[in-house]
Design a protein around this ligand. Structure first.
Ligand code: SF4
Length: 435
């Protein structure tokens, strides 16, 4: 029986997660379990520390290092990057963004800057016993903030991920998950880097992280990824949405580090899948069948935006929340570090925007998208031009209406503008049905 029940109101009262009062939730026990699981992550990490577990702060790679960390007993990995959503959940009551300003990391950086004061004030997540951060093909925002952390005395194990490129003519290449390829020399480089990460994790745990443990970790991660894949297929291909967009965004996020509890993450996904399968069988949907099918690109800084889309007549029929490599199965027929290196190199954010756009186009086609939204993240250096590139390719290849929207951590002041633009998109998509 899950201990992740009980009313969500307690997170408003105790954690001051005021944004919850503005969100519309799915009313199933499975969704309640999902939300309680998500909203108790920091408590769980503090409890794990009190129980003597080692805490690993993985940064930036979104999906690879946690697979390795959870292969060791009594080790938990989480992403301090997740402080990204704290200003939204607390409606900026935490003052993390203002504190980041005071530390010289102003609004020209994306909301991940909330991570810096969260490390310093220790009021959110516990200080990790080990910090691991990818470097190389990463955004300027994260690179600058992680370097500042190091200067503030937080020791970091850096590992390099090169910018992914296609193998040149005659150069030996490797297939990557997600229909991608990279030169073997890049895969070898990442494999050697991940070997260093293995050594650091093994030292922390006092146990060698060998191939057998890594292979078991990969199989467990794939169990979560298979469940998520079934959930995505069931929800995004259904004639109408059997689960709201907001809960789908949260469920997809479980893939990156299992929300600090791999077993519970798998159980939560299992419950959600059973719920949506039952709803589809009974023709029970949460959004009208007439809703415009929208493909959504990038996570929203304000979770409320997911509700807004549905209130205005849209539904999600697919999404790329910037970590599609964490959704794909990690190869189980390769030596584990080779498999993890290939999975890490499939990160949509380490390759060209055109690769990312090609996958978006494929998924839009498969899920019969009628429109696309690229949600821009304020200050984010990764997407200054990327959104335009993706939109251009989506419009050219599919001919569907597609827009870019910037969504701040609390979007209430922007509600009229966002609303009109989403409504126009939905109406345009619907009008095209009658042509
Ligand atoms: S700039 Fe983009 S990729 Fe970098 S931390 Fe911010 S949201 Fe993530």
């Amino acid at each position: 029986m899950s201990s992740f029940g009980g009313p969500l109101r307690r997170h408003v009262v105790r954690e001051k997660d005021f944004r919850l009062q503005q969100l519309q939730f799915d009313n199933s026990p499975a969704a309640l379990r999902l939300w309680n699981f998500l909203l108790t992550e920091n408590q769980r990490l503090h409890q794990a520390r009190a129980n003597g577990d080692k805490i690993v702060g993985a940064m930036k790679d979104l999906g690879t290092v946690p697979v390795m960390a959870y292969a060791l007993p009594d080790v938990r990995a989480f992403y301090p990057d997740g402080a990204w959503w704290t200003p939204c959940l607390m409606e900026c009551g935490d003052k993390l963004l203002q504190q980041a300003d005071g530390m010289g990391i102003d609004a020209s950086f994306c909301p991940v800057r909330a991570m810096l004061p969260a490390f310093e004030n220790g009021r959110h997540f516990p200080r990790p016993d080990l910090l691991i951060c990818s470097v190389g093909a990463i955004c300027d925002d994260f690179s600058a903030i992680a370097q500042r952390l190091q200067h503030l005395g937080h020791s970091i194990v850096w590992w390099e991920i090169p910018r992914r490129r296609q193998p040149a003519l005659g150069e030996m290449g490797c297939a990557l998950p997600g229909n991608l390829a990279a030169p073997k020399i890049q895969v070898d480089c990442v494999r050697r880097e991940l070997w260093r990460v293995c050594q650091a994790l093994g030292q922390l745990a006092g146990k060698t992280l060998d191939d057998g443990s890594l292979a078991a970790g990969i199989r467990a991660a794939n169990q979560a990824r298979r469940l998520l894949d079934s959930l995505r297929r069931t929800v995004y291909s259904a004639p109408a949405a059997p689960l709201p967009a907001l809960e789908m965004l949260v469920a997809e996020m479980l893939a990156i580090h299992f929300c600090s509890d791999r077993g519970e993450a798998i159980a939560v996904l299992d419950d959600l899948l059973a719920e949506v399968q039952s709803r589809v069988r009974q023709n029970q949907f949460v959004v009208s069948a007439d809703a415009a099918r929208v493909f959504w690109v990038n996570p929203v800084a304000d979770l409320r935006a997911m509700n807004l889309l549905e209130e205005l007549g849209g539904r999600i029929c697919g999404a790329d929340f910037m970590f599609t490599h964490a959704l794909d199965l990690i190869p189980e027929d390769l030596p584990p570090l080779e498999a993890l290196a290939r999975a890490a190199l499939a990160d949509p954010m380490v390759g060209p925007a055109s690769d990312r756009a090609a996958r978006i186009v494929r998924e839009c086609r498969a899920n019969r998208a009628e429109a696309a939204v690229v949600s821009r993240i304020p200050g984010a250096s990764h997407c200054a031009r990327e959104g335009e590139v993706i939109l251009e390719i989506v419009r050219r290849e599919l001919g569907i209406p597609a827009i870019e929207l910037e969504i701040p951590p609390v979007c209430d002041a922007m509600r009229p503008t966002l609303g009109s633009r989403i409504q126009a998109l939905v109406e345009t998509a619907r009008a095209r049905r009658t042509r």
